[in-house]
Design a binder for this molecule. Structure first.
Ligand code: F6P
Length: 522
């Protein structure tokens, strides 16, 4: 059975939300905060994670009405269909089962009547045994030396996920140095090659299709460089591939024992949970990789089973729709207060914008309401000294997710106190601002009395700028898995509400085709 197909703006819930918006659009977070229970009422605790969404322009009624919208478009049924492996990626005729990749349950998931769980388990065993061999030094290069460097060659989902996770889990990393080559810009691959010794480097070519121009060009360049010092018989010791296209992998010259599987029921941007994550397992060890998957599975269960009111991905998706479709906000900022997560915004840009950047609904009709939020961001506190001016005092409404961790990994408590003071300080500043009166007093006491009238307008902070606090106890493989899965489910929820297909990406094709044509003309 297909996904329910309804224009959200024609639902009863949407009309109710529109009326509600007309009544509350001028409400102010500062006033709403006069309710002492607000923080408690607008927070969801889920094990080591608490999401505080009290600093939003919402009342309990807003949440109820948004939840009604989710119910009216039958989100529950859509979630079940995804987890059960129905063909919800209709335009490509595929199921969407990244959740099955991290599932620990024995419950079968069927594709064409066949349970896919055994295949997943066997791929995980292969990842584990290969990672163990390389990390322990038992896997030898062509001159008998152990591997010191791993190069992931891929782009888009075959690069951003593994790269972001390896960067984020640096603290848990082993002795191997991991590199990522993605851009077809030859200077990228050249800079990486410069750092490598062919005798001790392992290349992981990751491409679901194995036809992607960038990846194949980089892989060929690297193979040619490798063959300057080694022979084709040495390739099996240094090249492995992750792909669905076994023929192309074979003609590239990769040993069939060195091929890790990919499946067409896993979308590229949701694939780090498959063998696409091999470089993660090589970099932090299989146990940490498994913990990442376990954290994601915990979020899957929460998403699948929790009531919408207490369901973190659903609530965050609904809030995002509230700002995008009612307040007309165009962008959202993701602001991790951890330098480890500096690549998270880039990763989320693909996940979110390649998924929900659609202008045609599930009927194939042009949409006349806003979809796909633009997502961007950077780490705190660095971004406070960069773009936050615009978020605090600019003319645009930019809802922000502040991601934080109660504990730091190295335990420099003085630094962590400062970091977290900034984390909370920014959210308070955005929400509550600084009034004219407060700014006036400040100017008076800072010896600027003469210039008060001149400076006053520039010193005022309007406030009423929304944010969510997404706070974990600690950055671990498990909490990172949870965080990534949270955003994955937020994406799907929004796609369902906007009545679009989140799992295709035809919009990336035309540019590729034209580039190919231009190349052929040269
Ligand atoms: O740019 C489009 C895209 O298909 C992404 O969705 C995907 O992650 C990326 O290209 C890489 O594709 P592949 O893994 O097939 O090389």
């Amino acid at each position: 059975m297909a996904l329910k197909n309804s224009n959200p703006t024609k639902t009863e819930a949407w009309s109710a939300l529109t009326n509600h918006f007309n009544n509350v659009q001028n409400s102010n977070i500062k006033d709403l905060y006069k309710d002492n229970n607000r923080q408690k009422d607008f927070s969801i605790q889920f094990d080591d994670l608490v999401v505080d969404f009290s600093k939003n322009r919402i009342t309990k009624e807003t949440i109820n009405l948004l939840v009604n919208l989710a119910k009216e478009v039958d989100l529950k049924d859509a979630i079940e269909k995804q987890f059960n492996g129905e063909i919800i990626n209709v335009t490509e005729g595929r199921a969407v089962l990244h959740t099955a990749l991290r599932s620990n349950s024995d419950e079968p998931v069927l594709i064409d009547g066949k349970n896919i769980k055994p295949k997943i388990q066997s791929a995980l065993r292969k990842i584990k045994s290969f990672s163990n061999k390389v990390i322990s030094g038992k896997w030898k290069g062509y001159t008998g030396k152990s591997i010191t460097d791993v190069v992931n060659i891929g782009i888009g989902g075959s690069d951003l996920g593994p790269d972001m996770v390896v960067e984020s889990l640096q603290y848990y990393k082993n002795q191997l140095t991991t590199h990522f080559v993605s851009n077809v810009d030859g200077d990228h691959v050249s800079e990486i090659i410069k750092k490598l010794n062919p005798e001790t480097t392992l290349f992981v070519i990751v491409s679901k299709t194995f036809t992607t121009q960038e990846t194949i060009s980089n892989a060929e360049t690297i193979k040619n460089w490798f063959l300057k010092s080694a022979t084709i018989f040495d390739i099996p010791k240094h090249f492995v591939a992750v792909s669905t296209n076994l023929e192309a992998v074979d003609s590239f010259g990769i040993d069939k024992n060195n091929v890790f599987p990919m499946w067409n029921w896993v979308g590229g941007r949701f694939s780090l949970w498959s063998a696409v994550g091999l470089s993660i397992s090589l970099s932090v060890g299989f146990d940490n990789y498994r913990a990442l998957l376990d954290g994601a599975e915990e979020m899957d269960l929460h998403y699948r089973n929790e009531d919408f009111e207490n369901n973190i991905p659903v609530v965050l998706a609904l809030l995002s729709i509230w700002y995008n479709n009612f307040y007309g906000a165009e962008t959202e900022a993701v602001l991790p207060y951890s330098q480890y997560l500096k690549k998270l915004p880039d990763y989320l840009q693909q996940a979110i914008m390649e998924s929900n950047g659609k202008g045609v609904d599930r009927n194939g009709d042009k949409i006349d309401y806003q979809t796909g939020t633009i997502v961007w961001g950077s780490t705190g506190t660095n971004m406070q000294h960069a773009f936050m001016q615009l978020v605090h005092q600019g003319t645009k409404l930019i809802p922000c997710d502040f991601i934080g961790f109660k504990e730091s990994l190295y335990g420099l408590t003085d630094h962590h106190k400062k970091l977290m003071a900034n984390y909370y300080g920014q959210m308070d500043a955005l929400a509550f601002g600084k009034t004219k009166e407060e700014a006036h007093l400040e100017l008076k006491f800072s010896g600027n009395e003469a210039k008060i009238n001149q400076l006053l307008p520039f010193k005022v902070f309007e406030g009423n700028r929304p944010s969510n606090a997404i706070l974990f106890d600690k950055l671990t493989p498990k909490s990172l898995g949870k965080l990534i899965a949270l955003y994955e489910h937020k994406i799907y929820t929004q796609g369902i509400l906007w009545n679009i297909y989140s799992y295709d990406q035809f919009g990336v094709e035309l540019g590729k085709e034209l580039a190919k044509k231009l190349l052929n003309k040269q």
